[in-house]
Design a protein around this ligand. Structure first.
Ligand code: AMP
Length: 170
């Protein structure tokens, strides 16, 4: 993971002043680093989950290959207005703004065991909303997993007592 850490690019004042944006695109274009992330996550969740839930949009980048590698289903948690049939909605506050997430009501069911995956946890609002959506569908959330955790923003505390895992912490 040291190589992945080195590849993540810190971009000051994006998307607005005062935000230090952690850009994962240099990791994605490095075949070995990208593959390493999926391999590490596959090892962690093999045999433990039936589904991987990715959060739009950068969560999808990791959730799809992980679901495939695990032989698990892929569930998408999306920005509002994108899903065509009945949804559950959850509003949340971002490090930079406010938003809503949705999930199809039939995306998950009782008995499903899901890992929620996103590129990064900052304040934890997005992850909390994703957790609420998966549990409203009746699924058990095995863990909330992130490639990057910004520890100073204390997102993990917002999720207590839920299990949280991050590959890289700043
Ligand atoms: P939060 O709800 O505050 O935990 O924000 C997490 C979501 O916002 C994730 O989907 C991230 O992709 C995005 N995000 C928030 N802060 C940053 C940051 N400093 N760098 C990159 N992405 C961020």
């Amino acid at each position: 993971m040291q190589r992945v850490r080195e590849l993540i690019r810190a971009v000051p004042d994006f998307p607005k002043p005062g935000i230090l944006f952690r850009d994962i695109t240099p990791v994605l274009k490095d075949a070995a680093a990208f593959a390493r992330i999926i391999a590490v996550l596959r090892e962690r969740y093999a045999g433990k989950v039936t589904h991987v839930a990715g959060i739009e949009s950068r969560g999808f980048i990791f959730a799809a290959p992980l679901a495939h590698a695990l032989g698990a289903g892929l569930v998408v948690i999306r920005k509002p207005g994108k899903l065509p049939v009945a949804t559950y909605r959850a509003a949340y506050a971002l490090e930079y703004g406010e938003d809503v997430l949705e999930i199809h009501q039939d995306a998950l069911a009782k008995g499903d065991r899901v890992v929620i995956l996103d590129d990064l946890i900052a304040t934890g609002g997005t992850a909390r909303a994703a957790y609420d959506l998966c549990t409203r569908c009746g699924a058990e959330v095995v863990e909330l997993c992130f490639v990057v955790e910004l520890a100073a923003l204390a997102g993990r505390q917002k999720l207590v007592p839920l299990p949280v895992h991050a590959l890289i912490t700043y």
